[in-house]
Design a protein around this ligand. Structure first.
Ligand SMILES: [Zn+2]
Length: 160
């Protein structure tokens, strides 16, 4: 299901389990997360509804490398893949915030007044679990503190 978040920004939610996907149609076409393999067909269909083919995507930003977020990376053959290791290659209008805790490589992204928070924080004060490999309670608390200092109006988490 496609919901419009803001001008040129869309949220894709799926019937089956898997992360949400965000589509930013800026001067480059940007995807944040790709959901899991089970949602591949629905993802391609939703992109088509937005006038995009997988090969039109220029950047895929991955909030962390869990299977329910990066399961469809291989679809995006023309995209530059951005993870916590290469944030300096992000398009200029998007700012990264390193937020370890849910996983070691967790990262959030800010575009204008929108925070894409992956599995670090959710709506209604929700926060990511820390009991998976690389998780850390101390680190997520630090990361949440960091996010509290950021001004944003719209929260776009990895699961809704
Ligand atoms: Zn996760």
């Amino acid at each position: 299901m496609i919901s419009k978040i803001s001008e040129n920004i869309y949220q894709l939610c799926f019937d089956a389990f898997g992360s949400t996907v965000y589509v930013l149609k800026l001067n480059k076409n940007i995807l944040i997360d790709t959901s899991c393999k089970d949602n591949e067909q629905e993802l391609v269909k939703d992109l088509k509804e937005l006038g995009l083919k997988p090969e039109d995507i220029d950047f895929v930003l991955i909030t962390h490398k869990h299977w329910d977020h990066d399961g469809n990376l291989s679809l995006f053959s023309n995209a530059k893949i951005i993870t916590n290791e290469n944030v300096d290659e992000l398009p200029l209008e998007i700012k990264p915030i390193l937020t370890p805790g849910h996983s070691r490589d967790s990262i959030c992204f800010i575009y204008k007044d929108i925070l894409f928070s992956g599995d670090t924080i959710f709506h209604n004060q929700g926060r990511g679990r820390t009991d998976l490999e690389g998780g850390s309670e101390i680190e997520i608390q630090e990361s949440i503190k960091k996010l509290k200092q950021i001004k944003y109006n719209i929260l776009c988490p990895g699961h809704v």
